[in-house]
Design a binder for this molecule. Structure first.
Ligand SMILES: Cc1cc2nc3c(=O)[nH]c(=O)nc-3n(C[C@H](O)[C@H](O)[C@H](O)COP(=O)(O)OP(=O)(O)OC[C@H]3O[C@@H](n4cnc5c(N)ncnc54)[C@H](O)[C@@H]3O)c2cc1C
Length: 506
């Protein structure tokens, strides 16, 4: 992939939030996209060489276990509705994260938790489900009919200065607000990291400023990211070279020119650190089920710093799995599974029952509206800031929304054609169960840690207060059946070479 180079032709570096040194290679403001295209091209090459058989528009519905080992999956062809069985010696699940549980997120609208959640229901442990990342640099929500949010790269905070007006409900244009009437709150509160404070801190501070009535834009849920000083210092050309594509995207979406007026940004769900539990070989507790990338829980803990997700995904796939999958394959008899086994009958029946039940609801309310309700509830109760009472309230309301969904959702069409309504409703049904698991996990973890802030657990300065003596463990949850509370397994985190300390970015 084409990475940026400096004047001498060497690879150039940028800073990302949470680090004071420039140590990250980049490709303009589209590093993630370029990595994705690189990996996707490599995949297509293997498909063309017939080393990979690609089943496009096929969605995994269920995991099949034979004698406790992962031995197959059931899929649904999203174009024809056909249900298929696939038998295998080993299963590698890499189905991404679940930020869309919040409905609005920077992720593609079709991202979902369904495959991972089904594996959980079939015995795989789900670790730290409440660990989600809220990215500080997104374009604010513009209205009620929006289905997705847009990320502005974190790299913008290398040159942009974050501020809000000192005065509450200040309706003046940013250009009309003098320097002394502005609060550059990240620079004020965290002088050493300033605008490059890590994502959790930058997000929480933006929320605090808006909660204090200092938010900007029509919704008042936004803060300014201002490039005026950087443009004055380096010239418009330099800034355009660095971020031109992002500025262009911002202009297209908001019709505001960030070269002339500050961008408006607000935090949005972006990444999920929680996921299926795996060991160092990337195998879940279900033998033969390997989980890679954002779908697993590993590497990032409670707080993910920038630019690490795709590298984790690539490392998992290129450098780890090829070496760790063979020891498992050595222990089994290859080709011993067949799709005619009764275990496949059972799982296929379950998949068909769920689809029929969805189509038989025949209610009046679009399934999507339940997703919106759930997303807002989760954003308020299990998002950036959490309290015991809000989480208990969410645990009461989620089953109510779920019941309402199963009584009143409108899912038109049939199962044997291209039916995006059914496709979506199928995923929403899973989110309506999974959200409860997230809230159980968040309720249990009554400390502030990484990307999540437990309001009851803060320092006298209002900073996140970790409680390592009680919570220094991975919380892995075991499915115990429909409407049953999941069982918590604690895996202690043991630090041998570094001592745990409270973070400070002041
Ligand atoms: C806007 C944006 C910008 C980002 N920028 C960066 C960046 O600059 N650097 C960085 O490191 N990270 C970045 N990230 C994060 C990074 O892109 C993701 O964490 C990473 O792509 C996850 O890779 P993955 O392969 O695990 O999952 P994904 O890329 O989400 O892929 C999952 C795949 O599984 C498929 N799938 C899902 N469910 C099923 C199912 N049931 N059956 C079959 N297939 C299924 C999906 O269609 C998808 O193709 C960014 C993320 C976003 C949203």
């Amino acid at each position: 992939m084409p990475l940026a180079r400096d004047y001498a032709g060497l690879l150039d570096n940028r800073s990302f939030g949470g680090s004071l040194v420039s140590r990250t290679f980049y490709a303009r403001g589209q590093t993630g996209q370029q990595l994705l295209l690189g990996a996707y091209s490599a995949l297509n090459k293997q498909i063309a060489l017939s080393n990979i058989h690609s089943h496009v528009r096929s969605e995994m519905q269920s995991l099949v276990l034979v004698n406790g080992h992962a031995k197959g999956i059931i899929t649904r062809n999203l174009v024809t509705g056909k249900i298929d069985r696939h038998a295998a010696d080993v299963i590698v699940l890499a189905t991404g994260g679940y930020s869309t549980v919040f409905y609005l997120s920077t992720n593609a609208v079709n991202c979902n938790v369904s495959a991972a959640f089904n594996a959980y229901k079939n015995g795989a442990l789900f670790a730290n489900p409440c660990y989600t990342q809220i990215h500080p640099t997104c374009i604010p929500v513009a209205g009620d009919f929006q289905s997705k949010l847009t990320l502005m790269s974190e790299s913008l905070r290398n040159d942009g200065r974050v501020w809000v007006p000192n005065k509450q409900n200040d309706a003046r244009k940013p250009q009309d607000i003098d320097e002394q009437e502005r609060d550059y709150y990240l620079e004020r509160k965290y002088p050493s990291f300033g605008n490059l404070s890590p994502r959790d801190i930058a997000s929480r501070s933006a929320k605090e400023a808006c909660d204090a009535g200092k938010g900007v834009g029509a919704s008042k849920l936004g803060v300014y990211l201002d490039f005026k000083d950087a443009i004055n210092r380096y010239g418009k050309n330099v800034i355009e070279n660095r971020y031109g594509n992002l500025f262009h995207m911002y202009y297209k979406i908001t019709h505001e020119n960030p070269y002339e007026t500050p961008m408006r940004i607000f935090p949005a769900p972006h990444y999920t650190m929680g996921g299926l539990w795996v060991n160092y070989e990337l195998m879940s507790n279900v033998p033969g089920l390997f989980v890679l990338g954002e779908a697993n829980f590993s590497d990032h803990g409670a707080n993910r710093l920038g630019a690490s997700a795709l590298m984790q995904g690539l490392a998992d796939g290129y450098f780890v799995l090829p070496y760790t999958i063979s020891p498992y394959l050595n222990t089994i008899q290859p080709g011993s599974t067949s799709i005619t086994m009764k275990e496949f009958d059972v799982e296929e029946e379950k998949v068909k029952d769920k689809i029929n039940n969805l189509l038989n609801i025949k209610g009046k309310e679009p399934a999507e509206s339940f997703h919106k309700q759930l997303g807002l509830l989760m954003w308020n109760a299990c998002g950036m800031a959490r309290t015991k009472s809000k989480l208990l309230d969410a645990l009461k309301k989620i089953p109510e929304i779920r019941d309402e969904f199963w009584h009143s959702a409108r899912i038109p069409g049939t199962h044997d054609t291209y039916n995006p309504y059914l496709e979506r409703a199928n995923r929403i049904a899973d989110y309506l169960e999974f959200a409860e698991l997230m809230c159980h996990d968040a309720l249990n973890r009554s400390e502030s840690c990484g990307g999540h802030f437990r309001e009851e657990s803060q320092t006298s300065e209002g900073e996140a207060l970790r409680r390592d003596d009680e919570f220094c463990y991975v919380a892995s949850w075991e499915y115990k059946g429909n409407n049953q509370k999941p069982l918590l397994h604690k895996e202690p985190l043991i630090f041998e070479n570094v001592a745990l300390t409270q973070r400070s970015y002041k």
